[in-house]
Ligand binder design. Sequence first.
Ligand SMILES: Cc1cc2nc3c(=O)[nH]c(=O)nc-3n(C[C@H](O)[C@H](O)[C@H](O)COP(=O)(O)OP(=O)(O)OC[C@H]3O[C@@H](n4cnc5c(N)ncnc54)[C@H](O)[C@@H]3O)c2cc1C
Length: 173
Amino acid sequence: MLRMGFAPQTTLSLRCEGDGMRRREREIQDLGEIEGIIRKALVCRLGLAADNRPYVVPLCFGYRDRTLYVHSATEGRKVEMVRENPHVCVEFDVDQEVLPAREPCSWSMRYRSAIAFGTATVVEDPAEKRRALDLIIAHYGGGASSGYPDRMVENILVIKIEMEHMTGKQANY
Ligand SMILES: Cc1cc2nc3c(=O)[nH]c(=O)nc-3n(C[C@H](O)[C@H](O)[C@H](O)COP(=O)(O)OP(=O)(O)OC[C@H]3O[C@@H](n4cnc5c(N)ncnc54)[C@H](O)[C@@H]3O)c2cc1C
C-alpha cells in the first residue's frame, strides 16, 4: 500500500512507502488536494482497535497542520479505546454521487476520499482545548470564541490526532 507521509513538523513534503494503491489511476497524490477533502468533509470516521477488536465511530472534527481534533464526553467506548491503543485511522469522503447505468454491473459511485493514519492523545491543557474547540467550530463555519466557560472546558474531552501519513483516492471525478 502506498502511503504519502510527512515528518509531522515539516510542510508538504511527501514520502512514499510500499507498492501503491491497487487502482493507481484513482490515487490522489497531491497533499493539498487531500487536505481539501478533509476540509470539505462534514464528518470523519474514526477507526480504533483494542483487544483485537475494531470500532468505527462518526464524529465532527476540526483540522489544521496535519492535526485533527475531535471533542467528546469524557467517558465511553472510543475514549477507553484511545487510552488503550493510540494508533488510529480516520476516513473522510466528499462529493458522493451514485452513477446509475443500464447494466447492473456498470453502476458506479463518484467520490473523493482520504484516509489518514495517526496517533491520538487526550488533550489536557485547557488553552489547547479551547483552540481545538475553535478549530472544530471553524470547520462548520463558526468564528473563534473566547466564551468557553472553564467548567465546560473541564467537562469536555478533546482528542488530538497527529497524522503520520495519509492517502487520497477519487473515482469518476
Ligand atoms: C454525524 C455525526 C457527528 C457526530 N459528532 C460527534 C462529536 O463531535 N463528538 C461526539 O462525541 N460524538 C459525536 N457523534 C456521536 C458519536 O458517533 C458517538 O455516538 C459518541 O461519540 C459516543 O461514542 P462512544 O464510543 O463513547 O459510545 P458509547 O456511548 O460508549 O456507546 C458504545 C456503543 O454504542 C454504539 N454506538 C456508539 N455511537 C454510535 C453511533 N454513532 N451509531 C450507532 N451506534 C453507536 C456502539 O455499538 C458502541 O459500541 C456524532 C455522530 C454522528 C452520526
